[in-house]
Write a new protein. Structure first.
Length: 774
């Protein structure tokens, strides 16, 4: 139907309304005619023209209306169709729009799907990340806890400060030192925590670390809240963030008090050893001095040839023994890097003659021959430390004789002139002894080394001599060489370059014309008196002797002496005490009388003696030459420039010390009774370890004042229980003005530490004895 309507409409449009109306009319007429004819023909059976005309007329009347109606209808239909088409187009446009939107929507949905998928993926990733982070955080926390416990369990101090010097944290050890919890410490500065002096040190060292960006180490004594002191080795290290910006510093502090104690104990042990060596050598020297001095005096007296030889052997043996002491002392000095040589003008032929004499005698004893060879002229006066050269040559000759059983020992001297007024001298000592295997040659100069396979001779000796000789030779600017063949013998050569001087530069005693002097000799050992008196009398002096300090002072005041010779250790006082008394005497003659110390051990420089009231000092055994020199100097008989520097001695010894203050102890015993008095003694015994510990620590800390303060307490406490010896030591230790406080304080502290308990034992015994005697 719509198709038909469309066709009709299209036809109408094509034909136009008139022609379409005519077509409708014609169609209608034809249709009416057909219907009338058919109906008339069937119903009536006959047709009239009217039958034909009627449909035509009817058609003509009705056709226009019909055409109009159709036309209108068709127009309406057209309009509807247009509208429909328009609606259709609109619909299509809408559809297209809709489709586009749907597409867009679909795209958007797709995009959203994708986004959702991505979001899901991101969420999963985030979840993974969160889980990982959580795990990392847990690990970090665990690590931090571990690190913290590690830091806290460290016995070392650990702390950190920012660049402003403000604390950011610390460990437990540090909390204990500053007596403050970390939380309270954070935000504070060193000056809020430490006393000013330490805070200042902290500021200075912090400044250095932060300015130079370099770590720094230093030692510092710190005081714990309970008052005990500890020496810390602090190390400060700058730290920066990941970008390299300086953030502050880490500080580490290690308690090195024990280490310091150990080091000090080691030093003390070394000092003790030195004291021991000095004391022993001092003790041995006194009798030796007697032998050397007296045998020398006897040697120069009227004797038969045989007696002269015997005495000479005694003399030379004693001198050799003295040299062994020297070796031992030198060994100690070597260890303390204190070996010194003092070159002075000496008469070389004289020195060589002495050595030849000694060697001849020693060889004769072993039935060896001694040969002396000399190539070139021996200069009369050279500058060298004669004692040391003698020591080296004696050592080599002694070895040569010791390691040779048959044949000969020789001293060969080769002298060659050298530049700058010097001579090069090779002193060679040759022997025909056991010899030394070539692989041993470089070892024999080592300390204590002895070649193991040398027959019977190997046990004799110490293995020190060559080592000391080599170092002495080196100290004199020379060298020792050795060549040897096993079974054939050895050759040791000392090469030295010696400045040659003229005779008048020799400060020889023979050049000194001494006046006749009236001397007071203060010496308590009989043997030493005999030796010194003989020497002095030989020099033309008249000698009076005082055997203790009191007599010496009395005699010095009463007599009219030109010179005093003072031994240092006397039973009642020291030679220095006498010198001091005389220096302060109102009588100017006494003040000005020259005082020369006669002393036994070579320890310190002569200046020490001069400072303490002596004009000079001469060591024992008395060397006549040196004594003459000292007198010549004191009485202006020689020029100052020609005066020989002499190393002199300081006695290191112990005086018999009274342990208890007996009067006081008796008094206390009588008034308090033993029991109460012993209680005080026990209290003292309890206090002392702390006092000693404290003094040792303060000593280490270098806090002299604190040491003296504790010593003061010890003095009081020791006095209150009658411990005289400890009290006396403490009295010295408390006196910071004491001229040798620094030098002695270690010994004093150790003295108090070592004496107090045995002195207390003595006190207890004393009280017991007193109880019993009641
Ligand atoms: P000491 O003689 O007291 O053992 P030294 O330091 O003087 O010590 O000598 C070290 C070692 O060198 C000796 O023990 C010895 O083995 C060897 N020695 C030194 N001189 C000679 C020598 N003339 N002949 C053979 N061996 C020697």
């Amino acid at each position: 139907m719509p198709l038909l309507a469309n066709r009709v409409l299209e036809l109408t449009m094509r034909l136009g309304v008139v022609r379409f109306g005519l077509l409708i009319a014609a169609f209608e007429i034809l249709f009416s005619m057909l219907v009338t004819v058919v109906l008339r023909g069937i119903v009536v059976g006959e047709l009239h023209w009217i039958d034909y005309l009627r449909p035509v007329l009817f058609g003509l009347i009705i056709a226009p209306w019909l055409a109009l109606f159709f036309t209108y209808l068709i127009k309406q239909l057209g309009v509807s169709r247009d509208k429909l088409a328009q609606a259709h187009r609109k619909q299509q446009a809408l559809n297209a729009e809709l489709k586009r939107k749907v597409d867009e929507l679909n795209r958007e949905i797709d995009e959203r799907h994708n986004a959702e998928a991505q979001k899901q993926q991101a969420i999963r990733y985030l979840q993974r990340e969160v889980a990982e982070r959580r795990e990392t955080q847990i690990k970090l926390r665990d690590n931090a806890v571990q690190l913290r416990s590690l830091i806290d369990s460290s016995p070392d101090l650990i702390y950190y400060r920012n660049t402003e010097g403000v604390y950011s944290g610390c460990n437990v050890a540090y909390e204990q030192l500053v007596n403050m919890k970390e939380a309270d410490l954070i935000g504070l500065k060193p000056e809020d925590v430490y006393e000013e002096q330490i805070a200042e040190q902290v500021r200075i060292t912090d400044g250095k670390v932060l300015d130079d960006h370099e770590s720094l180490t230093y030692e510092q004594w710190m005081t714990y809240p309970d008052g005990h002191k500890a020496l810390f080795e602090f190390r400060k290290v700058p730290f920066a963030d990941a970008r390299g910006n300086l953030q502050g510093l880490f500080g580490f502090g290690r308690d090195i008090t024990e280490r310091k104690h150990a080091a000090n104990a080691l030093e003390q042990a070394a000092r003790d050893k030195t004291t021991f060596i000095s004391t022993i050598s001092h003790e041995l020297r006194t009798p030796l001095n007697g032998i050397v001095g007296l045998s020398r005096i006897m040697r120069d007296s009227e004797l038969s040839e045989e007696q002269h030889d015997f005495i000479n052997t005694i003399y030379l043996s004693a001198v050799t023994l003295g040299n062994i002491f020297n070796d031992i002392i030198d060994l100690d000095k070597l260890e303390r890097q204190q070996l010194e040589v003092a070159p002075v003008p000496i008469h070389l032929p004289e020195l060589i003659a002495d050595i030849r004499a000694l060697a001849t005698l020693m060889c004769r004893d072993k039935k060896l021959t001694f040969d002396y060879q000399q190539n070139g002229e021996l200069p009369a006066v050279v500058e060298i430390d004669g004692t040391r050269l003698r020591q080296v040559l004696w050592n080599l000759l002694g070895n040569a004789i010791k390691f040779t059983t048959t044949g000969q020992v020789a001293l060969a001297i080769d002298i060659r002139p050298a530049k700058h007024g010097k001579v090069d001298v090779d002193f060679s000592v040759l022997d025909t002894g056991v010899g030394i295997a070539s692989e041993e040659l470089d070892k024999i100069f080592a300390m204590y080394y002895q070649v193991s396979d040398q027959g019977k001779t190997k046990a004799v000796g110490t293995g020190i001599g060559l080592s000391v000789s080599q170092r002495l030779t080196q100290a004199m600017g020379g060298e020792i060489k050795v060549s040897s063949k096993v079974g054939k013998g050895s050759r040791f050569t000392v090469s030295l370059s010696l400045p040659v001087l003229t005779e008048d530069q020799l400060p020889g005693a023979e050049n000194i014309e001494l006046p006749a002097l009236h001397a007071l000799l203060v010496e308590d050992i009989e043997l030493n008196v005999v030796v010194a008196r003989s020497v002095l009398e030989n020099l033309g002096c008249t000698v009076d002797v005082a055997m203790n300090g009191t007599d010496a002072l009395r005699m010095a005041r009463e007599g009219d002496y030109d010179v005093l010779f003072l031994d240092i250790q006397l039973p009642d006082m020291t030679g220095f005490d006498i010198a001091e008394e005389l220096m302060n005497d109102p009588n100017p003659r006494l003040r000005d009388t020259p005082r020369i110390a006669l002393t036994a051990n070579v320890i310190r420089d002569k200046q020490e003696y001069i400072k303490r009231g002596m004009q000079d000092a001469v060591s024992k055994p008395i060397d006549v030459g040196l004594l003459t020199l000292a007198l010549g100097k004191a009485f202006d008989c020689i020029e100052e420039s020609a005066q020989q520097e002499v190393k002199v001695v300081e006695p290191v010894g112990h005086q018999e010390e009274q342990v208890l203050e007996i009067d006081f102890v008796t008094q206390m015993h009588d008034t308090l009774g033993s029991e109460l008095f012993l209680k005080s003694a026990d209290m003292f015994a309890q206090l002392m370890p702390d006092y000693v510990e404290s003094m040792r620590n303060q000593l280490l800390a270098g806090d002299d004042k604190a040491v003296a303060e504790v010593a003061h307490k010890v003095k009081g406490a020791a006095g209150s229980v009658g411990l005289r010896r400890v009290q006396k030591i403490a009295a010295q230790a408390q006196d910071l003005e004491h001229p040798a406080w620094k030098q002695n304080i270690d010994d004093w502290v150790e003295g108090m530490a070592s004496f107090y308990s045995s002195d207390l034992d003595e006190l207890r015994q004393q009280l017991l004895a007193m109880d019993e005697s009641y």
